[in-house]
Structures are given as structure tokens and as C-alpha cells.
Design a protein around this ligand. Structure first.
Ligand SMILES: CC(C)(COP(=O)(O)OP(=O)(O)OC[C@H]1O[C@@H](n2cnc3c(N)ncnc32)[C@H](O)[C@@H]1OP(=O)(O)O)[C@@H](O)C(=O)NCCC(=O)NCCS
Length: 251
């Protein structure tokens, strides 16, 4: 997978809730004023029936300000965004669709160490890496233990043509050279989302996936030490951010 190139290494700024790599990608928690730039990114990466609109973006940022992260270039254009929310395993298990999981709720469930990745959008692979590196220290500090997400399986439609009678979850679990066969599941596997939880038909509108979603789970590295991390100052955790990202990939 793409790693952060030397010119884009994220610099450490222990006292600010943002990081600015040397070639000026800024990674930080999102604010309502970012919505215009985020809409441009949504429209670039999602079909019209998939893209979040202004109201949805604003609602996510307002409800989960410490779980909504963006990477921006110098001129202000959004390069990548990651929206998450807290979720319980009961909610996740009972949800039939992505919309069930992604719904913005206030107040949200308190008794959970799990997050749901509402959406990831990107036009710059280094910006995604920088977003995950930015988030891991906050995740440890807060005590988040894992992140679930619903991924498209864009190779399913073509596979079905040659395997019309085989269930989609066989495709979802298929591997080549010990990696997921599907390109997007492979992408998430390389980002640390290695556990395949469920195959959900009618999950979201996505033609190439035949509307199927794969529910994936990624573990937050070192989160088993949650009580300890709460005592460690955030700047110390930030020093570890690159190590944490490497641990996720290696796990
Ligand atoms: C998925 C996404 C976030 C990845 O962004 P990124 O980190 O900037 O990475 P890239 O788009 O450069 O893709 C990285 C690799 O994964 C592969 N990949 C990722 N998603 C893929 C997909 N849907 N179909 C085919 N290949 C895919 C790419 O082909 C690429 O492979 P390469 O390195 O061999 O060229 C971005 O493509 C995106 O915003 N897609 C639309 C929205 C989406 O599907 N979001 C995720 C679901 S919540």
C-alpha cells in the first residue's frame, strides 16, 4: 500500500489538535466552516445518490466533532475526510443497511468502546495515511478499541457473471496470495481492517457491489492497555503515531 512519502511525513505538534506535514497537508478535526470544501470532495468521489449533502455533513461534525477528521491542502481544498460515530455491537448486529449504522444520533450510546466509520473519502492516499496517524493517539486516549465499517465490494458484479450461483459471501472471503480478492477489501485490509464480520445484501446503493456491503473490523493498536493510556499525556501518545500506524498494518 502507499506509505507516507518523506516529503509528506506528518510533523509532530504536541500542543495543537492538528498536524501539518512539511509539504503542507493539514490534518485536523473538522469544523462547520469546512463543509463547502467537503462537498467538493464528496462530489468528486461519490455518485449523486451516495454523496453526503450539506445537512448530513454538518450534522456529523456537530454530533461527533472529535470523530470527524479532514486533510486539507494549502489552498483549502479537502484531500480526504473520515467520519466516525460510536456504535454498540447490538446496533451493529441489528442494522440491515449502512444508513442504519451511519445515522447521526444525539445523545449517542455511552457504553461502547467501538466506532463505526460512516465514510472515508479521498483523492490523496497520503492524506488518508495522515488522517489515521492523526487519529490513533486520540483513540487511545479516549479508550476506543475498534472501528467497524461497511465497505463496497466493487469486484462482485464481474465475479458474479462467471459465478452466478455462488453466494456473495464466498466472494467476500476469497483470497489471492493471502489477501482479499476484492480490490477495496484488499485496500482496507492493508489499512488494518483485517477482520470480515458480515456480508449484507441491500446494504447501500452501489452497482459494482450489487448493493452488497462487507462489514469489516479494525482493532485500534495497543488499545488493550486502555486504562493506562488515559493516564499518558496526549503529546506522548502523539509521539507514537507513526509506530501505531505500522502496528495496525502489521497486525
Ligand atoms: C476508497 C478511497 C477512500 C481510497 O482512497 P486513497 O487512500 O486515496 O487511495 P486510492 O484511491 O489511490 O486507492 C488505493 C488503492 O486501492 C485500490 N482501491 C481502493 N478502492 C477501490 C475500489 N473501489 N475499486 C478498485 N480499487 C480500489 C486502488 O485501485 C488503489 O490501488 P493501487 O495502489 O494499486 O493503484 C477512495 O478511492 C474513495 O474516496 N473512494 C470513493 C468512496 C469510497 O468508496 N469510500 C470507502 C467506502 S466508506
Amino acid at each position: 500500500m502507499a506509505m507516507v512519502s518523506p516529503r509528506r511525513l506528518v510533523q509532530n505538534h504536541p500542543d495543537r489538535a492538528s498536524v501539518t506535514p512539511s509539504n503542507s497537508i493539514e490534518v485536523r478535526f473538522l469544523r462547520p466552516g469546512d463543509v463547502e470544501a467537503l462537498i467538493t470532495l464528496e462530489q468528486a468521489k461519490w455518485d449523486q445518490d451516495q454523496a453526503a449533502d450539506r445537512a448530513e455533513l454538518e450534522a456529523r461534525i456537530q454530533a461527533y466533532p472529535r470523530l470527524s477528521i479532514g486533510a486539507f491542502e494549502t489552498g483549502g481544498a479537502a484531500l480526504a475526510s473520515l467520519f466516525m460515530k460510536p456504535i454498540t455491537t447490538e446496533e451493529l448486529d441489528s442494522a440491515a443497511t449502512w444508513a442504519d449504522c451511519a445515522r447521526v444520533e444525539t445523545p449517542h450510546p455511552k457504553a461502547t468502546g467501538s466506532l463505526f466509520g460512516i465514510s472515508l473519502s479521498s483523492v490523496d492516499a497520503d492524506a488518508v495515511t495522515a488522517i489515521f496517524e492523526f487519529f490513533w493517539p486520540y483513540a487511545l486516549k479516549h479508550g476506543w478499541r475498534d472501528i467497524y465499517l461497511g465497505s463496497p465490494m466493487p469486484g462482485l458484479q464481474a465475479w458474479r457473471r462467471t459465478n452466478p450461483d455462488i453466494p456473495a459471501d464466498v466472494y467476500m472471503r476469497e483470497r489471492r496470495h493471502s489477501l482479499p480478492r476484492d480490490p477495496q477489501l484488499r485496500y482496507y485490509h492493508n489499512k488494518g481492517f483485517k477482520e470480515i464480520v458480515a456480508c449484507k445484501p441491500g446494504y447501500f446503493p452501489h452497482a459494482a457491489s450489487l448493493d452488497h456491503g462487507a462489514v469489516l473490523r479494525g482493532h485500534i493498536p495497543l488499545s488493550a492497555g486502555a486504562p493506562l493510556w488515559r493516564l499518558v499525556p496526549l503529546p506522548w501518545l502523539k509521539q507514537m503515531r507513526r509506530l501505531l500506524f505500522r502496528l495496525v498494518q502489521a497486525a
